[in-house]
Design a protein around this ligand. Structure first.
Ligand code: 6PG
Length: 230
């Protein structure tokens, strides 16, 4: 496996990561919008992005020119506290008054998740301008988990999966979407992720899902970077 790498932006703590990440997202989107009428931003799930979205919502961006997508979603309703779209509603879409027509959610509560995966794959842009991701302590990203068959998916761009992280039933983008994103921002904070982050950079041992990302800028706090060499 070629050694995975990322440009690292180190900050002292999670709040500083959120501020730096939000600033970088604004710059990246403004660069896209200087060239094109709209930009595509794919949001991450989990808890780390919460603070990023709160900061991002304060930006004076032309929200009506930005189309929002999701890298994964749990098989729950948008109103659920487990919903990634629900997190974005609370922290970003609501506070920034993002027009509803600009938000393309994965319907986690769809009765047929395979059909929903196909529907969502059909509306994802061929190349996301900016993909936001987090990483779990096992090196998963989006809902691509270690050892899952989805890591080898080379036909579909969105699949329904069952993962070890509750809630287990999810929909996720596949490596095909990771491969075609023009830019990827990865947000990793906390000492609990230091071990796996060092493994990801070290390139030893079993391949990790996060190593399938490309053109990555890693926004991390000092605690998460503590086990990387100099
Ligand atoms: C999800 C996320 C998942 C998340 C990591 C990190 O829906 O759970 O897509 O990939 O980014 O598990 O989660 P935390 O940010 O909560 O540590």
């Amino acid at each position: 496996m070629t050694r995975w790498t990322a440009q690292i932006v180190e900050e002292k703590d999670a709040q500083a990561v959120a501020r730096a990440g939000a600033r970088a997202i604004v710059v990246a989107l403004e660069q896209v919008l200087a060239q094109r009428s709209t930009a595509s931003l794919c949001l991450a799930g989990g808890t780390t992005p919460r603070a990023v979205y709160v900061e991002l919502a304060k930006a004076a961006l032309p929200w009506s020119r930005i189309h929002f997508y999701f890298g994964d979603e749990r098989a729950v309703a948008r109103s659920s506290s487990d919903s990634n779209a629900g997190l974005a509603d609370e922290t970003l879409f609501g506070p920034a008054a993002v027009p509803a027509e600009n938000i393309f959610v994965i319907a986690g509560d769809a009765p047929d998740l395979v059909a929903e995966a196909e529907r969502y794959a059909s509306l994802l842009p061929a190349h996301l301008d900016l993909l936001l991701l987090g990483m779990g302590e096992d090196g998963h990203t989006a809902s691509l988990f270690p050892g899952a068959s989805s890591l080898n998916e080379r036909v579909k761009r969105v699949v329904s999966v069952v993962g070890p992280k509750p809630p287990p039933q999810r929909l996720t983008i596949t490596p095909l979407v990771l491969d075609t994103a023009r830019q990827t921002f990865l947000f990793v904070t906390g000492s609990g992720k230091a071990e796996v982050l060092a493994k990801a950079f070290g390139g030893v041992g079993d391949a990790l899902p996060v190593q399938l990302t490309s053109r990555v800028t890693l926004f991390a706090d000092t605690a998460a970077l503590a086990k990387l060499g100099s």
